[in-house]
Design a protein around this ligand. Structure first.
Ligand code: PBG
Ligand code: ZN
Length: 323
């Protein structure tokens, strides 16, 4: 038997031919934060390069995204008024419904995903309706209102609904509500495995959604649990989710791979605010080669099994890929 000691060194062309993983601009969904007003573009200090925008500015932003080849966004709304049940999220004239309608009218070719949750809309900052005595989220009351919220998004013209609150039974509830109202073909991307994470810190500055008491650990997952993490996603597949997700991404790539090997559904990762902020601030401080580390990170997501990457880096990645 011939046993060669050396592996053949591949030249550049051959390395490209045998490369197993690639990143494409088609893989990305770019998050946008919308609020009311005109001509508003406010940078958030914890996330340089990420802005709260009024709808008119978001429409211009979509033009830029399209010129970079990015045709998918996920929308988060920041309402003028927050209350205990998140009424703005249930209103046809609320910030999200208004944003979806305006963006789809200006850009029918933009794929508009809506984040479905209550934490940006409630005065207590939790992801659902609160039992004020026990200071916990009431799962089933939240489900009912989530169905209403999904219909508001659907009627406004959303192309995909992405429930992020981690309520039990949310996929069945939304699928039912959508099907009964003629939206049988509106897909659901579930934040199916979402950990209680410190990496969401900067997002809560942008979305102004830091809980006023307690934390989200009663409904988000324990970072220490692998089997539970897999089960949560597989349960959402059984309920009819179209796309599964792991969030955050970086510290959970083992979970991405394991779910991928146990589902036939497409998978998304959410490369969250804290992950973006770490790279951004390290790059700005001259500590890392930002572009290189960013692309290495994106390849890591794809190699772990992600089909879709939701990332604040999307525009920068697109620019680099164009070069
Ligand atoms: C709302 C939601 C959050 C994120 C996405 N949707 C925040 C949270 O759960 O606190 C986090 C995204 C990010 O950190 O970039 N439930
Ligand atoms: Zn939430």
């Amino acid at each position: 038997m011939f046993q060669r000691f050396r592996r053949t060194r591949l030249n550049k062309n051959l390395r490209a031919l045998v490369r197993e993983t690639s990143v494409s601009v088609d893989d990305f969904i770019y998050p946008l934060f919308v609020r009311s007003g005109k001509n508003i573009k406010t940078e958030v200090s914890s996330m340089p390069g990420v802005f709260q925008m009024s709808i008119d500015v978001a429409i211009k932003e979509c033009q830029e995204l399209k010129s970079l080849g990015i045709f998918s966004i996920i929308l988060f709304g920041i309402p003028d008024v927050k209350d205990s049940v998140g009424s703005d999220a249930l209103c046809e004239h609320g910030i999200i419904a208004s944003a979806v309608r305006a963006i789809k009218e200006a850009h029918p070719d933009m794929f508009v995903v809506t984040d479905l949750c209550f934490c940006e809309y409630t005065d207590h900052g939790h992801c659902g309706i609160i039992d004020e005595v026990k200071e916990t989220v009431i799962n089933d009351a939240t489900l009912e209102l989530s169905g209403e919220q999904a219909l508001v998004h659907a009627k406004a013209g959303a192309d995909m609904i992405a429930p992020s609150g981690m309520m039990d039974g949310i996929i069945t509830t939304l699928r039912d509500a959508l099907d009964k109202n003629g939206y049988e073909n509106l897909p659901i991307m579930s934040y199916s495995t979402k950990f209680a994470s410190g990496y969401y810190g900067p997002f809560r500055d942008v979305a102004e959604s830091t809980p006023s008491f307690g934390d989200r650990s009663t409904y988000q997952m324990d970072p220490a649990n692998r089997r539970e993490a897999i089960n949560e996603s597989i349960a959402d597949e059984a309920q009819g989710a179209d796309i599964l997700m792991v969030k955050p991404a970086l510290a959970y790539l083992d979970i991405v791979r394991e779910i991928k090997d146990n589902t036939s559904l497409p998978m998304a990762v959410y490369n969250v605010s804290g992950e973006y902020a770490m790279l951004k601030h390290a790059g700005n401080a001259g500590l890392i080669d930002y572009d290189r580390v960013m692309m290495e990170t994106m390849i890591g997501f794809k190699r772990a099994g992600a089909d879709i990457i939701i990332s604040y880096h999307a525009k920068e990645v697109a620019k680099l890929l164009k070069k």
